[in-house]
Design a protein around this ligand. Structure first.
Ligand SMILES: *[C@@H]1O[C@H](CO)[C@@H](O)[C@H](O)[C@H]1NC(C)=O
Ligand SMILES: *[C@@H]1O[C@H](CO)[C@@H](O)[C@H](O)[C@H]1NC(C)=O
Ligand SMILES: *[C@@H]1O[C@H](CO)[C@@H](O)[C@H](O)[C@H]1NC(C)=O
Length: 518
């Protein structure tokens, strides 16, 4: 496998910058940008702005992808009669400091890393730059499935030898050693702030009540008993095996979608009720990790890692128990059963009750056969509104599902075909950057780790417009404005520049506005 050589190739190669998007339209309402061995667009973002100027970045359904305009503040001075009572106004309060950003990224599923490796070395490089590089999305988060997820060619665990109670047959898969680990190292090289967290879909089947990866089933017996202790040791072995290969995990979720496992899905699951997770963390996982050197200082444990429906019960059951809570730092959520605005209001409720634990989106993604959705602007909007409303309700970051799928939306052993931000066409040796890629850029490139949300309020906001406001570590004030409606919208902004400013949001668009503070 050529991937082994990639690490050294990366050190010596210069990628050419500032190519324009090569647009291609399929059946959807917008377009993709095509990357092949000759050409691939890059993102040219200036993160700081000279005093007296406002930087504007626009993307929209029709033509724009992070198009840049720099204007003197005076040019946007409010031209709207503010005495009109119906005027849409955004009030930003830069002294009202909220949560800090943890990061943004995507998932290194088996399917994703196999798809990436199906490209030529030059294209692997280009795709990794697109996600992790300075002129790409600058992702600083990677999620890693422990063993198979549905985005794998087959179901497996890392110890499928029945009744191996010493875990002596535990071993990383070829997917780990051949594909994923080299790519995780590339990500880290491209972005030194890159951090990975792991999540397991299912334990080995011999530890489970149903003896299957899929359908409803959990670990045999109960927390504190032998199977739960073994499952905790399996995590320790996993973290240490990656460490031996040069990848140190930053975080771990207690497992992927514990409630779904109690209901059963056609792919790997492991059912655990809120009480099971609480007792597993308290009696088995927490102590095992701590004893192995993976205490709270070394590893960020996140709970829930499931949709928002049951996030309140998983959070309160565990965090109200100090013995279990001592091991936990964050609360992770998925987007699948979301409703606007109720699912986001639940995040605020959880934050208000447990303000010391960060809230973080650990999975989101659109379904369907990928080739049927190429260039879909609605999917860019679905990402943008989920990220934006999450941030407005105390989330600290966001994680995309598979980094790359093939044109069918696979591979996927459970035939759970999905869409992705980047779709790989190995036959043509090209890949497609969907509108979602550029929607993500409005957040990932402008909100580095440690950016702080600031309070804002809206008056007479149209239902289709959503906004969030942040201050970056280098003291730039960033507004992100999403217009999902078909009409252009005039907006007056107070508390951004020294004077009220007016801007017009294009139909079906995302606009970032930046200004230097002080
Ligand atoms: C801005 O936020 C600060 C800190 O929360 C608060 O004290 C102040 O009243 C706010 N200003 C306005 C105009 O709401
Ligand atoms: C965890 O941190 C401690 C001290 O902070 C260190 O001695 C230990 O080696 C670390 N363990 C791992 C697995 O990195
Ligand atoms: C992938 O490439 C093949 C070969 O060039 C082509 O026939 C096919 O249409 C491409 N698929 C998409 C979705 O563009």
């Amino acid at each position: 496998m050529i991937l082994f050589q990639l690490l050294t190739v990366f050190l010596v190669l210069n990628i050419s910058l500032a190519n324009d998007c090569v647009k291609r339209t399929y059946t959807a309402d917008s377009f993709v940008c095509v990357c092949d061995a000759d050409k691939c667009d890059t993102l040219d973002i200036q993160k700081t702005v000279e005093p007296g100027y406002i930087a504007i970045y626009d993307s929209d359904q029709k033509t724009a992808r992070l198009d840049k305009t720099i204007v003197p503040v005076g040019q946007l001075k409010s031209r709207i009669d503010q005495t009109k009572s119906s005027q849409f106004t955004l009030n930003v309060n830069v002294t009202d400091l909220k949560q800090k950003i943890v990061g943004f990224g995507g998932c290194f599923t088996d399917g994703a890393v196999i798809n990436i490796a199906s490209l030529s070395n030059d294209l692997v490089k280009s795709l990794m730059y697109d996600y992790f590089g300075e002129n790409g999305l600058e992702y600083n988060i990677g999620r890693v499935p422990v063993g198979a997820s549905d985005s794998s060619t087959h179901a497996y665990s890392l110890d499928d030898t029945p009744f191996d109670f010493t875990l002596s047959h535990f071993a990383l898969a070829e997917e780990d050693t051949k594909y994923r680990i080299p790519l995780l190292k590339v990500a880290k090289m491209l972005n030194p702030e890159f951090r990975a967290f792991a999540s397991a879909w299912s334990s080995p089947t011999w530890m489970k009540t149903n003896h299957l990866f899929h359908t409803a089933g959990g670990l045999i017996w109960k927390p504190g008993d032998v199977y739960y202790k073994l499952w905790a040791q399996y995590y320790v072995k996993y973290l240490n095996a990656y460490l031996d290969q040069g990848v140190k995990f930053w975080g771990l979720t207690t497992e992927n979608e514990p409630i779904e496992g109690t209901r059963g899905l056609p792919w790997g699951t492991l059912g655990m009720t809120p009480e099971d997770i609480r007792d597993f963390v308290k009696l088995d996982l927490g102590p095992a990790l701590k004893a192995a050197g993976w205490g709270k200082d070394n590893l960020t444990i996140m709970i829930n890692d499931d949709n928002t429906e049951d996030i309140e019960s998983y959070s309160s059951t565990l965090l109200d128990d100090p013995e279990a809570a001592q091991y936990v730092k964050g609360i992770a959520y998925h987007w699948y059963t979301r409703n606007y605005p109720s699912s986001y209001q639940i995040l605020s409720k959880v934050h208000d009750k447990y303000p010391d634990y960060f809230i973080f989106s650990s999975e989101a993604g659109n379904g369907g056969v990928a080739s049927e959705h190429l260039g879909d602007w609605g999917r860019a909007e679905s990402y943008a509104i989920d990220i934006l409303e999450g941030l407005q309700h105390w989330s600290t970051g966001w994680t995309d599902w598979a980094l790359a799928v093939d044109t069918a939306g696979g591979p996927n052993w459970a035939k759970n075909w999905v869409d992705a931000t980047i779709v790989v066409n190995a036959t043509a040796q090209e890949y497609y950057k969907n509108p979602m890629y550029y929607a993500l850029a409005h957040f990932t490139k402008f909100l580095p780790i440690g950016s702080t949300r600031v309070g804002s309020s809206v008056v007479n906001a149209p239902a289709n417009v959503h906004t969030t406001s942040f201050i970056t570590p280098d003291n730039t004030l960033v507004l992100i404005l999403l217009n999902m409606g078909n009409d252009q919208i005039d907006l007056t902004i107070n508390g951004f520049a020294k004077v009220p400013v007016t801007t017009t949001l294009k139909p079906r668009s995302i606009r970032n506005m930046l200004i230097a503070l002080n």
